[in-house]
Design a protein around this ligand. Structure first.
Ligand code: SAM
Length: 281
């Protein structure tokens, strides 16, 4: 029998369910002023960013989440030039945003500079666009940043941790109103909005709050293996453009592994158990 020591990282994804991954090596661990941060090298998913014991991203499955956060929104806007990314300290969303030629400026507002530093060092394939000349990194609270910037952005992408601690306010009605005001007159935003299996109280509330502010509100889905339940929701609020009305034949060819023009359309097709979340609110 192989007696080699086996180390496992376990995330309690609900009070009654866990995901465990065998760890090859702990690459980094620190307590930042905001959260506990770790980068682990795992057998199944490769290098993994963990905040407060919750998996944020891994080098093997990150492409799904980052592509879907960026491209559905940017290909819905007719000419996105100025983009704000809130959170997303690993840099994955920024890497996807700068693939769009129309984008002139990306403001990346992350509350915890330590996440950016650790990602630069241990996750270079995810953080690789943070030095793009179009990217300005701002270490600040995203809630404060949107309050202080009116009519500034074409697209805002909220790549937050779960709705606890510093991210709690990123899931509030007042934050959605500030986002509306921070957007230009044809602006739109997208946020990660958690699991349709395990956040069945939260999603209807968010959808109702976003619909109260934005004339167009759409929820879409993607499959992220390391997030609880695998299936994940994203919600877009838009002042003018409807992602369902995009002429997908006009979407330019992109270097992506999950997002495609056909996925842009299909991700809005919701199974009934998800659809029903949108009428409960
Ligand atoms: N994709 C991930 C997920 O869904 O689990 C999120 C990844 S990203 C690392 C989340 C980032 O949001 C963290 O680095 C965290 O520091 C940042 N964050 C949390 N609250 C924030 C706030 N109020 N303003 C700006 N960034 C915030």
């Amino acid at each position: 029998m192989d007696q080699k020591l086996q180390l496992w990282f376990t995330e309690l994804q609900t009070d009654d369910m866990a995901l465990s991954c065998r760890v090859k090596k702990t690459l980094h661990q620190e307590e930042t002023p905001f959260q506990s941060l770790a980068v682990l090298d795992t057998e199944q998913f490769g290098r993994m960013l963990v905040l407060d014991n919750v998996i944020q991203t891994t080098v093997r499955d990150e492409f799904v989440y980052h592509e879907m956060m960026a491209h559905v929104a940017l290909n819905t806007h007719a000419l996105p030039k100025k983009v704000l990314v809130i959170g997303g300290g690993d840099g994955g969303v920024v890497r996807e945003v700068v693939k769009h030629r129309s984008v002139e400026k990306v403001v990346h507002c992350e509350i915890d500079g330590a996440v950016i530093e650790a990602s630069r060092k241990y996750l270079p394939e995810i953080s690789c666009a943070l030095d793009d000349p179009r990217v300005d990194i701002v270490i600040d609270d995203g809630i404060k940043h949107v309050r202080e910037h009116k009519k500034t952005y074409d697209v805002i992408i909220v790549d937050s941790t779960d709705p606890v601690g510093p991210a709690e306010g990123l899931f509030s009605a007042s934050f959605y109103r500030s986002i509306y005001e921070a957007l230009n007159e044809d602006g739109l935003f997208v946020a990660q909005t958690e699991s349709p299996f395990f956040n069945r109280d939260l999603i209807p509330r968010l959808y109702k709050d976003i619909s109260a502010v934005f004339p167009v509100t759409r929820l879409f889905l993607a499959c992220v293996p390391t997030y609880p339940g695998g299936l994940w929701t994203f919600t877009m609020g838009s002042k003018r453009y409807d992602p369902l009305e995009v002429d997908i034949a006009g979407i330019p060819q992109m270097d992506t592994k999950y997002y495609s023009p056909a996925v842009h359309r299909s991700c809005f097709v919701l199974p009934p158990f998800v659809e029903e979340l949108l009428v409960q609110g």
